[in-house]
Design a protein around this ligand. Structure first.
Ligand code: MG
Ligand code: ZN
Length: 219
């Protein structure tokens, strides 16, 4: 029991050291990096595509796509004309700092302003692995239900922003926005909150403004 705990701690601290090295490389190159986490189907790739389309004329964007298998999402992002690197985790259900390190080694970092990292679709362990990015973002979506902050508190506690996607279908679901918001606030008071729809575009401006504020903070 005691041995097992110490092994886990050693793995995490090795990850933290790599995350710090990633951060140093990103900072040296002037890259603003964000980690997008969500359960499968919440809209990570959709938000990335919307963000890329809106900002690619103003900023140089690159994307790291973390997936268990396949290059489907990376191909969709590359079709937008931005740099896209697929990280296939080979069954691992989260990204760790070593995977991100191998991803950024394939990018011309000096030519990148914004790096979007799409984590593996999972609401549990991505929260435990620091990657070295500047902001961690959780994307929830209306069809998942309004009780997710109450069921997956660690994911909500550590993030810098919560996006609630698919608000265009609010009226079709029994989703209480106030209940959801109270759950988020109890875990992470004052966290940036962006209700939006990647389908209709509603609410996207506030998200893009927040993100661009981060990019500018690197300059
Ligand atoms: Mg995806
Ligand atoms: Zn995992």
């Amino acid at each position: 029991m005691v041995v097992r705990v110490s092994v886990v701690e050693r793995i995490l601290s090795a990850n933290d050291r790599l995350a710090e090295a990633n951060r140093a490389r990103l900072d040296a190159a002037g890259v603003f990096a964000v980690n997008l986490m969500a359960s499968p189907g919440a809209g990570k790739t959709s938000l990335i595509l919307r963000t890329v389309r809106a900002l690619k004329d103003r900023w140089r964007i690159a994307v790291l796509e973390g997936d268990l298998a396949s290059t489907l999402d990376a191909d969709r992002v590359a079709a937008e004309g931005v740099l896209s690197v697929q990280i296939t985790t080979g069954g691992e259900c989260h990204l760790d700092a070593a995977m991100v390190q191998s991803g950024i080694e394939q990018l011309p970092l000096e030519e990148v302003d914004l790096l979007l990292v799409e984590n593996v679709g999972n609401l549990v362990c991505p929260a435990e692995f620091r990657l070295g990015v500047h902001r961690n973002i959780l994307i929830a979506s209306v069809p998942e239900g309004d009780d997710k902050p109450y069921k997956y508190p660690p994911m909500y506690q550590g993030v810098d922003a919560v996006v609630l996607n698919k608000i265009d279908v609010l009226s079709a679901f029994d989703f209480n926005l106030d209940y959801f918001r109270r759950g988020v606030e109890a875990l992470n008071p004052g966290v940036a909150f962006f209700p939006l729809s990647c389908k209709t575009g509603e609410g996207l401006d506030a998200w893009l403004e927040w993100l661009e504020g981060g990019i500018r903070s690197r300059e």
